[in-house]
Design a protein around this ligand. Structure first.
Ligand code: DX5
Ligand code: ZN
Length: 231
């Protein structure tokens, strides 16, 4: 393991799936004041995952409330139909699941055509190699560290070899691609994910349940990730 710095800046990306939806605007304002990097919207279709969350109308309604960039994590089967409305709602990065797209290459190309950054996500059971032939089309790879569908699940440390494999593939590509992890990221787990090679961290429960608030949670998580930046 070398002691080289992280190849990309650490990003702390709160998932508002865990927020009190009656006070979603206040949560977004608080997160922005707390120093997070962007807001992560978990869009669930009740088909790809056994849960429903929010769609473009709700995301759009929060767009004027904060200046933070928005990213959408689409847990949606064949999501092409929803891409345009996500861009119109103000999402600057859109991630689709490799498992949910029959024509992944075409879907990622469509996201780029819409003028936003494209991401590809991998479920825990999907190998790193599933992104090998689309790296030229993406700005981020999202390695799920839980099975998607719900917040508050336990971090799967068994994903760390996959994080490391994706990091090697990204490095070999020579492209600036974020390696994001999502699920169970907390003070106790973020260092291991960073050491494996992640630089962008989606945080749901650990952000909303920190008794000291968003500013503390964000700074604490960021410093733990930065300190563990070796890979
Ligand atoms: C899971 C979602 C995650 C989740 C993260 O399907 O993609 O973004 O809300 O929540 P925690 O941090 O609680 O695992
Ligand atoms: Zn997510």
């Amino acid at each position: 393991m070398s002691s080289s710095p992280l190849p990309r800046p650490v990003e702390i990306l709160p998932s508002v799936l865990t927020a009190d939806y009656a006070r979603l605007g206040e949560a977004c304002i608080g997160l922005e004041a707390g120093g997070v990097d962007r807001i992560h919207w978990d869009v669930m279709d009740g088909n790809f995952v056994p849960n429903l969350s929010f769609g473009a109308d709700i995301i759009r309604s929060l767009r004027p409330v904060v200046g933070l960039p928005f990213e959408a994590h689409l847990m949606v089967v064949e999501p092409t139909w929803i891409l345009e409305s996500m861009v119109a709602a103000g999402c600057e990065r859109i991630t689709v699941h490799a498992e949910a797209c029959t024509h992944l290459h075409r879907t990622l190309g469509r996201i780029a055509e819409l003028g936003v950054a494209a991401g590809v996500a991998l479920n825990p059971g999907t190998p790193a190699e599933a992104v090998a032939d689309v790296l030229d089309l993406v700005d981020l790879v999202l390695v799920m560290t839980v099975n998607p569908g719900f917040g508050g699940q336990s971090y799967l440390a068994s994903m760390e070899p996959k994080i490391a494999r994706v990091r090697s593939m990204i490095d070999a590509s020579g492209r600036d691609i974020d390696l994001e992890v999502d699920g169970g990221i907390a003070p106790a787990t973020i260092a291991a994910a960073a050491t494996a090679g992640a630089n962008a961290f989606v945080v749901g429960s650990a952000m909303f349940r920190d008794p000291e608030g968003f500013t503390h949670a964000t700074a604490d998580l960021r410093s733990r990730a930065e300190a563990a930046g070796a890979r």
